[in-house]
Design a protein around this ligand. Structure first.
Ligand code: URA
Length: 279
């Protein structure tokens, strides 16, 4: 296993390794895998396995119930995170993905949407699945939600070309329906491999499905956003999906507060944005 972290920081690498082993043992102790509510539940979900590493509690009282229930999701959530193979480069991972037919989405997609960004990016954004524009162009977040994501990244002092952007699913679900468990299971090894290759210092997940898949839980986004979690030694900040923010612009303030925490944490880690952040 090759845990993410800077190659020149053996302490961070060792700490990540210890955390991996500890999490692995905890997963094993709980055993099994389950699907999120509404899915094919094999056993009741265990408590979230991610460790909250900084915890200003989210202000649940301010979260509109409609927003929480906005999308009933059926996303496969692996409590048992799949084992990682040796790290591969992004071009090798793309080659391994090939003209993928591992799930039924291959029958309806136009283009595979693998991911974009530099090979080693300090910041990685993970969305849910390509939409119609992304399916046509083969690039993540190029539609209206993508325009807003670009603005969010720029407000943080970064540019789209400085960060890595990927989705849980690499192919568009027809009609933008929710990802199904078998589709997530088929794509998951490629997302894991991308994270392993990019070695981001911080991952920002966009929307509930991406947060649930990365963190291996089924909690609503309102319970996850606003504080850091951890995935294989990488800090993860779940925030709202830009498509949701387009529908509920009054929640942009909350998303910006999440992103400001990311800016501050990157700074603490010694990673400065190319330009000063706004606000
Ligand atoms: N929504 C996503 O989650 N990903 C995209 O690439 C586009 C829209």
């Amino acid at each position: 296993m090759n845990p993410p972290g800077p190659p020149d920081d053996p302490h961070a690498e060792l700490a990540a390794l210890v955390r991996d082993v500890r999490n692995g043992l905890a997963w094993r102790a709980r055993g099994g895998a389950y699907a999120a509510p509404g899915g094919r539940t094999a056993r009741p979900p265990a408590a979230p396995t991610d460790a909250a590493v900084s915890a200003p509690a989210p202000d649940l009282a301010r979260v509109a119930p409609a927003a929480v229930a906005a999308r009933a999701i059926e996303v496969a959530v692996d409590v048992e995170a799949p084992a990682l193979g040796p790290a591969r480069t992004l071009p090798v991972i793309r080659e391994d993905l090939g003209e993928c037919t591992r799930c039924k989405l291959s029958e309806t997609r136009q283009k595979i949407v693998f991911g974009v960004g530099p090979a080693l990016a300090p910041l990685m954004f993970i969305g849910e699945a390509p939409g119609a524009d992304e399916d046509r162009q083969g690039e993540p977040f190029v539609g209206r939600a993508g325009e807003l994501l670009d603005k969010m990244i720029e407000a943080m002092g970064w540019g789209r070309g400085d960060v890595y952007i990927a989705n849980v699913l690499k192919c568009r679900p027809p009609g933008n329906r929710n990802p199904e468990p078998d589709e997530v299971a088929a794509c998951r090894p490629f997302l894991d491999a991308q994270i392993q290759a990019v070695r981001p210092r911080i991952i920002v997940t966009l929307g509930r499905p991406a947060a649930n898949v990365v963190l291996g839980n089924d909690a609503p986004i309102s319970a996850l956003r606003g504080r850091f979690h951890e995935h294989r030694g990488v800090r993860v900040m779940p925030t709202f999906h830009p498509a949701f923010l387009l529908r509920q612009p009054e929640r942009k303030r909350d998303a910006w507060s999440d992103l400001k925490q990311v800016i501050a944490e990157l700074e603490r880690l010694g990673v400065a944005p190319p330009r000063p952040a706004r606000g």
